[in-house]
Design a protein around this ligand. Structure first.
Ligand SMILES: Cc1ncc(C[n+]2csc(CCOP(=O)(O)OP(=O)(O)O)c2C)c(N)n1
Ligand SMILES: [Mg+2]
Length: 403
């Protein structure tokens, strides 16, 4: 693949910069293809066929991942996928207002989530159910968001996992500010308790001003921030080619920090690369951009119909790169797990899904005053007055505003 950088850099002294930088049609096509193919720069440690590739740079970051640990990562991914499928089905049955599927992105989320240390902070967008799981957030708490009864009810200080953000890219600014705070408070350095922050966003979000601003602020303040872009190749119906001529990870260079593209369907590579990036940040060498190259195997949300804008052969091709299947094949081939293990994990995932379903079907509606709670850390007289007014208004109805 020709590097798009060859034609984006103007040649000095050879005519006007604009003319020198103008690409040939072949180069434009190569540049566009580079945004939608893994490319030679893809860091991969486990191939879709389950073959383990060695890497001088990244193997040391997963030296502790023996067969038992790999079985753990497999288990995480199976449970998260099962919970995702159950939630999707519950939306179809009218139990959730909407669901945002993560199908296909399990490795990117479990690999990066498991790379975090307890003291690190994570800022999600709205698809990060797998990361939430690795941070110990009860999957049931995610359901409240999508049943529209609550908004991120977990204790984000305890889990070190912020509320979901629906406004595209906005969490990148929040994370940049948080990471700058970690830097100002001296939480970066050689100390084993040193901290870093990770922020999740999509390929489409990279076109948002907030993401650009987050890149700039984090860069100039050397903030310990890992930008984790899950390039699932679609922003609803817009392909990545509509976001960038360059592979997204290459954008980091313009801001002055490293960018790396990892196989987002490879849990080992995602774990190793994110551990490396977080280490860089904790030591004060951040920020780092990781582009996890993956694929959204389902609709954008349950309100979307992807058959209207993409061909099914694309999905079929990505099924062969399934993040869970390659770990299963690797474990089977190397004797790291037997049939009984896989059955046991499946049974556990089914139990997990059944509990989720039971909880969701019986979830009580929150009382109307719930909307006024957890708005501010301290009581607010204005909010208190609004609350009283609202409750008194509801009490004027025969059923007290229950329906
Ligand atoms: C500021 C803003 N603009 C538009 C939207 C509507 N919107 C919701 S999701 C989405 C696409 C995001 O795509 P991407 O960043 O690739 O993330 P993905 O959904 O693929 O994970 C858009 C445009 C929004 N939520 N916020
Ligand atoms: Mg996307």
């Amino acid at each position: 693949m020709s590097s798009p950088e060859q034609w984006t850099r103007p040649q000095s002294g050879a005519g006007s910069a604009a003319t020198a930088a103008r690409p040939s049609p072949e180069q434009v096509i190569a540049g566009l293809r580079a945004t939608s193919e893994g490319g030679a720069e893809l860091t991969q440690l486990l191939t879709p066929e389950g073959e383990r590739l060695s890497s001088e740079q990244f193997d040391p970051y997963i030296a502790d991942i023996d067969a038992e640990a790999l079985r753990g990562l497999y288990r995480d991914m199976v449970i998260v996928r099962r919970a995702d499928r159950e939630s999707n089905a519950m939306q179809r049955q009218g139990q959730l207002g909407i669901w945002v599927p993560l199908l296909g992105q399990e490795a990117a989320q479990v690999g990066s989530g498991r790379a975090l240390k307890p003291q690190d902070m994570a800022f999600p967008s709205y698809r990060e159910h797998g990361v939430a799981y690795t941070r110990g957030v009860d999957f049931k708490e995610l359901l409240g968001i999508f049943r529209c009864t609550d908004h991120s009810s977990w204790d984000f200080r305890k889990h070190r996992f912020h509320p979901y953000t629906i406004v595209i890219g906005n969490q990148v600014l929040n994370a940049a500010g948080y990471a700058m705070g970690q830097k100002f408070e001296g939480k970066v350095g050689d100390d084993p308790d040193a901290e870093a922050t990770i922020v999740y966003f999509g390929d489409g979000a990279t076109s948002q001003g907030d993401v650009h601003e987050g890149f700039v602020w984090a860069a100039v303040y050397d903030a310990p921030l890992v930008f984790f872009c899950q390039n699932n190749q679609w922003a609803i119906s817009e392909p990545t080619e509509r976001q960038s001529r360059l592979p997204l990870y290459q954008r980091a260079r313009g801001y002055g920090f490293p960018g790396i593209r990892v196989d987002g369907n490879d849990v080992l590579a995602c774990l190793a690369v994110t551990r490396w990036a977080l280490d860089e940040c904790r030591r004060g060498n951040g920020p780092v951009l990781i582009e996890a190259f993956t694929y959204r195997m389902d609709a954008h949300t349950t309100t979307d119909d992807p058959t209207r804008y993409r061909l099914s052969d694309e999905l079929e091709a990505w099924k062969l790169k399934d993040p869970i299947e390659r770990v299963r094949v690797h474990l089977s081939r190397t004797g790291g797990a037997d049939a009984a293990f896989f059955e046991e994990v499946q049974a556990e995932a089914d139990r997990f899904a059944a509990e989720l379903r039971d909880y969701c079907f019986n979830m009580p509606d929150p009382p109307p005053e719930r909307v006024f709670s957890a708005v501010y850390a301290e009581p607010s007289p204005l909010l208190e007055a609004q609350r009283e007014e609202y409750l008194s208004y509801l009490s004027g109805f025969v059923d007290g505003g229950e329906r």
